[in-house]
Each structure stands twice: as structure tokens, then as C-alpha cells.
Design a binder for this molecule. Structure first.
Ligand SMILES: [Zn+2]
Length: 260
């Protein structure tokens, strides 16, 4: 499921491959993913315009459209943003395709019909209406400490709560807590100052390493938990074994020996 690192990779792909050229065509193959906009309106408001910049808030990707709109992409469980050449056959499960002047195409591909494509005149207002908290990378140490201190549930549930801190999902939350050596079940408001600093540091490090690896699991370090998400698997630190528990309604993996 796309989380902050994946969406950051898509944002860079869009920023490097799809800005500043006029949109020649918008083709909606599946309108069920459109949110608050019809296929006709999406085309009318984008054809002839250019994408002029990108932003990301958590797992939401925004592209500024000349004329004042912002294209919003949310990837659900299986969404991918690709660029290709118009000569090629678009991949299966392409839901929306933007053809850009010069022959590049931007493709929103999504196997399962979760996620959405929207247009908004005001990206901040969109985030407010969708109850999106600050991006996880924009939360500094003191702000993270305040968030933890004000939350009675588990540290894992807080880190996954998109209205508190946007971007982490199930996999990367477990990864951050593994590197911060914290038990995901710990009550957030019991995390002390030094532990909170570890969470902050590891969150930034895990995201940076993941983005640098193109968010491709096969390229992520061997010592990461994500390669050992299985009950009883050896701890990637060679210290204990991986346990699976349910936290915040999600399957959660951690090492009882390393994380407390
Ligand atoms: Zn361990």
C-alpha cells in the first residue's frame, strides 16, 4: 500500500516528467475514482493548461494546474503514478491518463478501486475537509512530543492517524518503531523525551532511505523489519524473533527482544 515514501517517489516522477507542458487530452477510463469532479469537468479544467508544481501532504499528492486548480491524487491500496510514451499501450488498470504536449503521458494506475482523483481550487482547504494533519516530515521534534503526550492510545495508532500526522501507514510505522526500539503497543503518552527523539530521528531516516531507494522493498536494507514480517521470523538484528500482534486493528510486527 502506498505510504509517504511511495507517494514522494510519485511526486518526483511527476515533477521531473510532467511539468510545464500543456495537457492535450484527459482520458478517464474509470470514473468511479473521481471525487467531486466529473470526467467532463476534469478535462475542461485541465486541457490546454499546464502542471506547474507539485506538493505532497502525507499520502496525498497535489499538482498545481495553471489557472488556479490543484490536481489531487490519492493512491488507496494499490495506486501507482507512471509516466510513459503515448506510443505505448497503457498498462492494465489505468484509470486516468493525461496526454501532454510532446508525447508524454501521465498515468494513474490502480488495480483496486480505492483512492481518488480530484480537483480543488484550494489545496489547504482540501486538506482541512479531509482532516489531514501535517506531513510527517514537517512535524519537528517538539511537535511530535506534543502529539505523543496528547494521545492515550498506542504509539502505533498515533503514528498511523492521518489527522494527527500524515504519511505513515502500517508497514513504515512498524519500521520506524523497530529502528526506534519501541514496542508499538506502548501508550503514546508514556513515551519519554529521549524515546520521542528516537522516533523523530528514525522516522526521518527511514523515510529518507526509503525514498532514496525509490520505495522499492527489494532495494531497502537487509536489516530492515519489512523483510521479516512473519511471526517467528529471525529478528533482522539477529536478536530474538519477530512477533505478530494486533495493534490499532492492524497486523503489527515487532521484535520483543529489541523493542520495549
Ligand atoms: Zn530484535
Amino acid at each position: 500500500m502506498p505510504e509517504l515514501p511511495d507517494v514522494e517517489v510519485y511526486r518526483r516522477r511527476l515533477a521531473h516528467g510532467a511539468l510545464r507542458r500543456p495537457v492535450d487530452e484527459v482520458r478517464v477510463h474509470d470514473a468511479t475514482l473521481l471525487e467531486g469532479v466529473t470526467a467532463e469537468a476534469l478535462a475542461t479544467r485541465m486541457v490546454g493548461r499546464r502542471l506547474t508544481g507539485t506538493a505532497r501532504r502525507g499520502k496525498h499528492l497535489f499538482a498545481r494546474v495553471s489557472g488556479g486548480d490543484h490536481l489531487v491524487l490519492h493512491f488507496g491500496m494499490t495506486g501507482v503514478l507512471l509516466t510513459d510514451d503515448v506510443e505505448e499501450e497503457p498498462p492494465r488498470h489505468t484509470r486516468v491518463a493525461w496526454t501532454l504536449r510532446g508525447g508524454t503521458r501521465l498515468l494513474f494506475v490502480n488495480q483496486r478501486k480505492l483512492g481518488h482523483v480530484a480537483l480543488t481550487g484550494d489545496a489547504d482547504d482540501y486538506c482541512r475537509r479531509h482532516d489531514l494533519g501535517p506531513d510527517a516530515l514537517d512535524v519537528d521534534g517538539p511537535a511530535l512530543r506534543r502529539l505523543l503526550g496528547g494521545h492515550r492510545g498506542s504509539v502505533k495508532a498515533l503514528l498511523m492517524d492521518q489527522s494527527a500526522i500524515a504519511g505513515l501507514g502500517n508497514i513504515y510505522t512498524d519500521e520506524v518503531l523497530f529502528h526506534a526500539r519501541l514496542d508499538p503497543r506502548r501508550p503514546a503518552d508514556g513515551i519519554d523525551v529521549r524515546e520521542a527523539a528516537r522516533v523523530h530521528r528514525q522516522l526521518h531516516r527511514v523515510v529518507r532511505v526509503a525514498v532514496d531507494a525509490g520505495a522499492d522493498p527489494a532495494r531497502l536494507p537487509r536489516g530492515w523489519l519489512l523483510h521479516a514480517r512473519e511471526q517467528g521470523a529471525p529478528c533482522p538484528r539477529g536478536n530474538g524473533e519477530v512477533a505478530r500482534v494486533r495493534v490499532g486493528g492492524r497486523s503489527t510486527y515487532f521484535c520483543r527482544a529489541c523493542q520495549s
